[in-house]
Design a protein around this ligand. Sequence first.
Ligand code: ADP
Length: 663
Amino acid sequence: MIETDDKVGAPNPVSALIDSLPVAVYICDTNGYITAYNKPAQQLWATTPIIGETKWCGAFKTYTIDDTLLLPEKNAAAHSMFTGVSAPSQELIVEREDGSRRYVVHHPSVNYNNDGEITGITNTLIDITAQKFDENKQAMLAAIVQSSQDAIISKTLDGIITSWNQGAERLFGYTEQEAIGRSIIMLIPYDRLIEEELIIDRVRNNLSVEHFETLRKHKDRHLIPISLTVSPIKDSKGNIIGASKIARDISRQKMAEEQLQHYAGNLEILNSFGKTISEDMDVQGILQKVTDATTQLTGAKFGAFFYNKLNENGEAYMLYTLSGAPKEAFEKLGMPRNTDVFKTTFKGEGIIRVDDITKDARYGKNAPHHGMPKGHLPVVSYMAVPVISKSGLVIGGLLYGHPEAGRFTNEHEHLVAGVASQAAIALDNAKLYEEVRMLNAKKDEFIGLASHELKTPVTSINGYLQIIERSLAGNDRNTAFVTKARMQVSKLSALIADLLDVSKIITGKLPLSYTVFNLQELLLESVDVLQQTHISHAIQIEHCDKPILIKADQQRIEQVIINLLSNAVKYSPDADKVLIKLVERDGYAVISVQDFGIGIPKDEQERIFSRFYRVDNIADHISGLGIGLYICNEIISRHQGRLRVSSELGKGSTFSFELPIIA
Ligand code: ADP
């Protein structure tokens, strides 16, 4: 309902019509007082103006579009009134008392009476807030697109670029003017053109492509790793008319990934390498592993390890290993000499890393080659790391080369220095091992020689004692001494025989002569022999009644039985019996010797079969050389059997072995 100053509020069709207009309308008299307004005006201002009191405008406050406060008497309606000329349409901001704002366009128009005199102003206000928001939204979106770090591009379904933001300019190097209108193909590397077809195919089918990692081409032709998201663009009717494409530069991410992979790879190499060289006792093997691993770690074209060694005459020579280059590449060139470049490394003065050795002041100073000899691998990047042992001795040098400049970095230097110190330890160990091996070989040689030399005099002593024994009358008081002397001599010759056996085993010359015999009989005879000299213990036998035939070296098997029985007696000083059993099991004859003596600790049970090994402390007061079980084990193994022990400390031990029975 339109309100007027005369309050003649009776509804009439004209006022109803004015109220139903979608625009706010009000009238001011020549003094600016509002004399009439419609409902939309009241709604716009969110207040009711007082007729004849409110001047020029019913709004709480008005602002120009650039947000400057506009006093009512300064607004366009007042201006039109004072000038008598209707002002052009203008945008305004209307603020209500609650602070809410509406954007309007107002059209003040001057009213005249029939005499042509000005009677006032009619002001029409059109609410454009919704439209304004749309505009703002668009502008905001455009600003977002423009300021995005990502490249945002739109293109037609034929691949023609229709928009290009600053991100795209930064990423691909083309300006907006250069890019718009051109085909998107300019960004695609030749070998990836098929991707565009596949992408457009998806877009045509109303499907997106999300976070697709690929490569695109910069204006200067270098390739950029990107993550691509492409979505269809539709017109107002829903038809697909193009595609929007967001490309994110993932170079940093890719670099980080590569770096991570690189570190993981290095770690793996170092890990496996560390383990294998610490286990390796062979110098050549260690040198090769170190050379291979460090050449791989540094990305060198070739790597070499030069190792100072002394030969048997104490003369120095160099062992070397290569990686990445054939031996022939070095053979003609001789060993690294005392040149200005090499001597620093071989004097252990530190690491040398040169981006371009041909430009180095130390390079090319030495005759005859003056630089790299003809046929040498082309080396530009050069790195050399001395390998220094714990004692401070320079034991060698690791050298790396690459035909391109600046290939070796600080990181490589650290890696190789770390490996070099590990290698030095491994080489020191290998050297010690080699020395121990040589001493061991000398010792074995000595045992062989000594036992051989001892055998002849002991045999003749035994012979002379026999002659003396026979020459003495039965009641001569010296007979007992001679008999005792003969017993000691036979102990001595048994020891010498054992030592000789050890020496034969070491040299692989322990002969076996196989015959078929009854094991049961052999067992009984052996027990018989032993029981006569070992009366402190009763040797109890358990065996089946039927003969057990085996094919073996009878004398050696007897040696094993006697050895096990005498150990059983020897290591059970407080017991009075020993058990020996012969049973038949699954086609095998099994002999076991059980005692009730001192026993063997669990952690020693494996070792007692080794040469010269004796269990410390426990059997210290019981004499022996620690070779009996070693010989027994060898004899049984040579017969395809196995000598085992089960034992409990303080309770006793059981030694057993098995031999195949002849059917
Ligand atoms: P030796 O008896 O001459 O020392 P062996 O090679 O026969 O050498 O035995 C090696 C070691 O095994 C012995 O020193 C001893 O410590 C242990 N051993 C062997 N037999 C027994 C046993 N029956 N009971 C306890 N310890 C034993």
